[in-house]
Design a protein around this ligand. Structure first.
Ligand code: PEP
Ligand code: MG
Length: 578
């Protein structure tokens, strides 16, 4: 039988060879959401039988636990059992089946998630921990209903390539890199959260396989080529040979990078550049540290808001921000206030449909209209600032007036906290993202008032060049090496330098190896990127001479076309880095 090739999106670089393990998460197991009217009675009996089996299972487990581990541990299980007697919980599941024709599995999932979120949003630690308990009860119910023991990702103890229709971010962070050699997904795009996590973990991945996913079977031997979005099922000997060679080269390269990850990024002539990570969840902070991050240059808080069905409370936000602050210790963590709108939706905010969402009601514009939302977030960040080295960053600022309004609110909240004797870092810095050309053009004025700048090239490029960053049709026009973009970056860097303010970059350009000499030459103090790229960028910086880079920047800034800029940088890389 010959080999078979299927293609998807190569979203995390690297090659993996191994056996496939098909993983079905509960979300994927939910095959049917609704049942017919005729099935309702049998469905509610099925649920009841499952509940009774769990009660006896839990009773047995409680007795055993009391003997072996003591009453405290048994108490946790007793608590789980009591959920099943709670008049608010089980009847609500039943109601969804009886009144809204939900399947038992779908009803369990819906109610469990609703309760878990209520618990997760409560003030006391004790109540918040109950969220995990209720999810556990839900898991037990689903095991009984589906008759399948759900396989836990943490149970993986041999080398495999994990194939799943879809993985949630919380499932992805459970993966043990020692055993999970690669990830394959039926759905998911380059910017999906799983994709970002896979890259942070440094696990090669191909997502968006679509129907090609169905070609995979448990135990198939495959090659996963994350750089080219390719999966080769049952490869022929010739192909295997070819890939084993590639793996050997890659391993040598990774070994070199591992040694570099722990070193600071200092140029040959002694100029230090901070290499930091962009993260979207608190869990990623640990991953970032492992990849050599010297700080968090961008914490995109919108993922916390997008993972909830309603606005996360101040407490919920505080908990996440504090966790990142504590994990990172003295290292700086830049928390960006909510950047929603554009391509990012938040159903519970009921944002209007817009003709040009990227030019509309987005980011700080929402914060300044829905002030309570902004205030709650700023208060949560300020409180968390007592636990580490936090800074606040505002997205999509386009005028000084906007910055001044936020600054006033920020100062008011500080006063309130002071009056209440709640601790925070009084010297916490407030900076802005430069992602709108007007802010870049006004950088000298901004530099008098803000504490720092971070250049967001993902948006700066789209606004400067009038190219929608999501539109494939005009993607060829989207390029951070466009001379007009470079001039804006230079203006910001020069303005920061003149005012002795700090300037970094957190857009995609910061992680582009071709851009590194130019960015060092322009005098950026920090480059923040997906954690998986840190080693490579540190390696490049350590080969550079900052004064030479400065000369390069001067020459590059004179070039009139994108192509000439690229050619010049490529030539420089070939001569100085490779
Ligand atoms: C940017 O615009 O460059 C940026 C980092 O922000 P985001 O990608 O979240 O819009
Ligand atoms: Mg942006």
């Amino acid at each position: 039988m010959g080999e078979k090739r299927v293609t998807g999106l190569g979203i995390s670089e690297g090659i993996a060879l191994g056996k496939v393990l098909i993983y079905k998460s509960f979300a994927a197991q939910k095959t049917r959401k609704f049942i017919t009217e005729l099935e309702v009675k049998a469905e509610s009996e099925r649920l009841k039988a499952a509940k009774e089996r769990i009660i006896s299972e839990l009773e047995e487990l409680i007795a055993k636990t009391e003997k072996t581990l003591g009453t405290e541990k048994a108490g946790i299980l007793k608590g789980q059992k009591s959920f099943l007697d709670d008049p608010a919980f089980y009847p609500e599941i039943e109601k969804l089946i009886l009144e809204r024709n939900y399947s038992a599995e779908a009803a369990v999932q819906e109610v469990v998630e609703k309760f878990a979120e209520i618990f997760a949003g409560m003030d006391s630690d004790y109540m918040r921990e109950r969220a995990q308990d209720i999810r556990d009860v839900g898991r037990r119910l689903l095991v009984q209903l589906t008759g399948e023991k759900p396989f836990q990702l943490t149970e993986i103890n041999e080398e495999i390539i994990l194939a799943a229709e879809d993985l949630t971010p919380s499932e992805t962070v459970q993966l043990n890199k020692k055993f999970v050699l690669g990830i394959i997904g039926k759905i998911g795009g380059k910017t999906s959260h799983t994709a970002i996590l896979a890259r942070s973990l440094g696990i090669p991945a191909v997502l968006g396989l679509g129907e090609g996913f169905l070609e995979l079977k448990d135990g198939d031997y495959i090659i996963l080529d994350g750089s080219n979005g390719l999966v080769i099922i049952n490869p022929e000997e010739k192909t295997l040979e070819e890939y084993r060679e590639k793996v050997a080269i890659e391993q040598e390269r990774n070994q070199n990078l591992k040694e570099i990850i722990i070193l600071p990024a200092i140029t040959r002539d002694g100029k230090r550049v901070e290499v930091a990570a962009n993260i979207g969840t608190p869990e990623e902070a640990d991953l970032a540290l492992n990849q050599g991050a010297e700080g968090i240059g961008l914490y995109r808080t919108e993922f916390l808001f997008m993972s909830k069905k309603e606005m996360p409370s101040e407490e919920e936000q505080f908990k996440d921000y504090r966790q990142v602050a504590e994990v990172m210790g003295d290292k700086p963590v830049i928390i960006r206030t909510l950047d929603i709108g554009g391509d990012k939706e938040l159903p519970y905010l009921n944002l209007p449909q817009e003709r040009n969402p990227f030019l509309g009601y987005r980011a700080i514009r929402i914060g300044l209209e829905q002030k309570e939302l902004l205030k709650i977030q700023l208060r949560a960040i300020l409180r968390a600032s007592a636990y580490g080295n936090l800074k606040v960053m505002l997205p999509m600022i386009s005028s000084l007036e906007e910055f001044r309004k936020v600054k006033m609110i920020f100062e008011e909240i500080k006063d309130e906290l002071k009056a209440l004797d709640i601790s925070f870092n009084p010297k916490i810095e407030l900076g802005i993202m430069i992602e709108v050309p007007s802010a870049a053009l006004l950088a000298p004025a901004f530099a008098q008032e803000v504490d720092f700048f971070s250049i967001g090239t993902n948006d700066l490029v789209q606004y400067c060049l009038a190219v929608d960053r999501m539109n494939e049709k005009v993607a060829f026009l989207y390029d951070h090496f466009h001379p007009a973009v470079l001039r804006l970056i230079k203006m910001v860097a020069d303005a920061a330098k003149a005012a002795e303010k700090w300037v970094g970059m957190c857009g995609g350009m910061a992680g582009d190896p071709l851009a590194t000499p130019l960015l060092v030459g322009l005098g950026l103090k920090e480059l923040s990127m997906e954690a998986g790229k840190i080693g490579k960028i540190k390696q490049i910086i350590r080969k550079l001479d900052a004064r030479d880079c400065q000369k390069l920047a001067e020459e590059v800034l004179k070039l009139p076309t994108t192509q000439e800029v690229r050619e010049k940088l490529l030539e420089y890389s070939k001569a100085n880095i490779l």
